[in-house]
Design a protein around this ligand. Structure first.
Ligand SMILES: *[C@@H]1O[C@H](CO)[C@@H](O)[C@H](O)[C@H]1NC(C)=O
Ligand SMILES: *[C@@H]1O[C@H](CO)[C@@H](O)[C@H](O)[C@H]1NC(C)=O
Ligand SMILES: *[C@@H]1O[C@H](CO)[C@@H](O)[C@H](O)[C@H]1NC(C)=O
Ligand SMILES: *[C@@H]1O[C@H](CO)[C@@H](O)[C@H](O)[C@H]1NC(C)=O
Ligand SMILES: *[C@@H]1O[C@H](CO)[C@@H](O)[C@H](O)[C@H]1NC(C)=O
Length: 355
């Protein structure tokens, strides 16, 4: 076999690496659970449902949370649905936490949800990039207390620009230390990592020279936790020990790890040190067992799609990977919610040895 053929063969979806996904739901069209009563006039019920693009996902208990792209008049940007259905029809999308919290151009509500994460204590963290004159914020909702807003942190100007076109918050990961919970956030328009402390309710910057950092993932190994990073539109994978992110104004030493086959827009670690990645415009998703030397294995593939981001994924605490896919094979747009047992938990449930 020629080297080129051999590498195509190695990168292709080999049955041994494919995850055994089952379909939980399949949608031909998305719909929302609309508010009851008369107060519905300001809602764009006649949105084009083909413009519903699923972006980030999180799972907790019996609910699955999704942020949606807001480019084309979609009425809500953060929604939830049940993890198992009671009827044959796929569920409608329910606004989270309410329709009132989805009012556009009203800075006291969620404007542009990007990365969303749940912590082990049942809080949903929502990275909101803001819109228009509304600043970027970090929202923390308590899912175990009627979804109440527990915290709203508006990023100070010196941390994230107040001007919408000078920032692009892309994704968030959560870290737990002995006495604090931290969030690490990437801003495509800067070389800095944004760090937020829940105990201090304070955010700061750490310089990470060399990148317009775009996607990120946190390793499960508590003692030697690493933040993995990707530059915008690049396939290079980098890492930095989280110990270097604690000091405001510090400079982190980012190291090159390896090159994915394409440009990841989303990455995720499980507690068994497996790193999952989905790639810009590509119809496959891959994983790497980080306990071994860099080696990419495709675990899923879809036919044709018309989205830059055909998949999004999240892990639950019962050992399942949840994934959405957009499939446009044969010109028909279909979305699926898939689920596969991987036998590992989300990264925050990693043990001290990372196993
Ligand atoms: C795939 O998962 C389904 C449902 O959990 C199960 O019935 C089936 O045996 C699995 N197949 C393989 C090859 O593991
Ligand atoms: C995990 O399992 C528990 C107990 O069986 C169940 O209540 C919960 O809904 C499950 N979570 C998910 C996301 O499936
Ligand atoms: C949530 O709200 C309902 C109705 O308002 C109330 O009955 C219930 O006690 C609340 N639950 C908690 C955990 O606060
Ligand atoms: C990852 O690699 C390590 C080291 O070789 C191995 O012990 C472990 O079982 C692998 N994990 C998975 C999920 O394959
Ligand atoms: C994509 O859609 C086509 C046509 O409906 C179907 O044959 C194919 O199995 C789908 N692919 C996946 C991965 O679901």
């Amino acid at each position: 076999m020629s080297p080129l053929l051999a590498s195509i063969f190695l990168l292709g979806l080999c049955l041994a690496n494919a995850l055994n996904f089952t379909t939980v739901y399949e949608w031909d069209k998305f719909d929302f659970i609309w508010p009851s009563g008369a107060d519905t006039s300001n809602r764009q019920r006649n949105f084009n449902e083909e413009n519903v693009y699923l972006r980030y996902m999180a799972v907790f208990g019996e609910r699955l949370f999704l942020s949606l792209s807001m480019d084309s008049g979609i009425p809500a940007n953060l929604v939830w649905l049940p993890t198992s259905g009671t009827s044959a029809a796929p569920p409608k999308l329910a606004p989270f936490p309410s329709w009132n919290m989805q009012k556009q151009d009203y800075c006291d509500t969620i404007q542009l949800a990007k990365g969303i994460e749940v912590d082990p204590e049942g809080r949903l963290w929502v990275l909101d990039d803001g819109r228009g004159s509304c600043s970027s914020k970090l929202w923390i909702f308590n899912l175990l207390n009627n979804d109440t807003t527990e915290r709203v942190h508006q990023f100070p100007r010196k941390v994230v620009s107040s001007s919408f076109d000078k920032r692009w918050l892309h994704d968030i990961v959560l870290d737990k230390t002995q006495d604090d919970q931290l969030a690490y956030i990437v801003n495509l328009k800067s070389e800095d990592i944004v760090v937020y402390s829940r105990t201090m309710d304070k955010s700061w910057l750490v310089k990470a020279p060399g990148g317009d950092w775009f996607s990120l993932a946190l390793s499960p190994d508590r003692e030697a936790r690493q933040l993995y990073l990707i530059k915008y539109s690049s396939n290079g994978l980098y890492s930095v020990p989280v110990s270097e992110l604690k000091n405001e104004g510090g400079i982190a030493d980012v190291k090159f790890i390896g090159g994915w086959s394409d440009r990841p827009y989303r990455m995720l670690f499980d507690s068994a040190n497996i790193l999952y990645a989905a790639f810009y415009e590509q119809s496959y998703a891959s994983k790497w067992n980080v306990s071994k030397p860099f080696h990419e294995q495709r675990f899923h593939e879809v036919g044709t799609h018309d989205d830059f981001w055909p998949f999004t994924f999240a892990l639950d605490t019962n050992g399942s990977l949840w994934m959405t896919e957009r499939n446009e094979t044969g010109g028909v747009k279909k979305h699926k919610l898939l689920k596969a047992a991987v036998g590992a938990k989300p990264y925050l449930f990693g043990t001290p040895t990372g196993k």
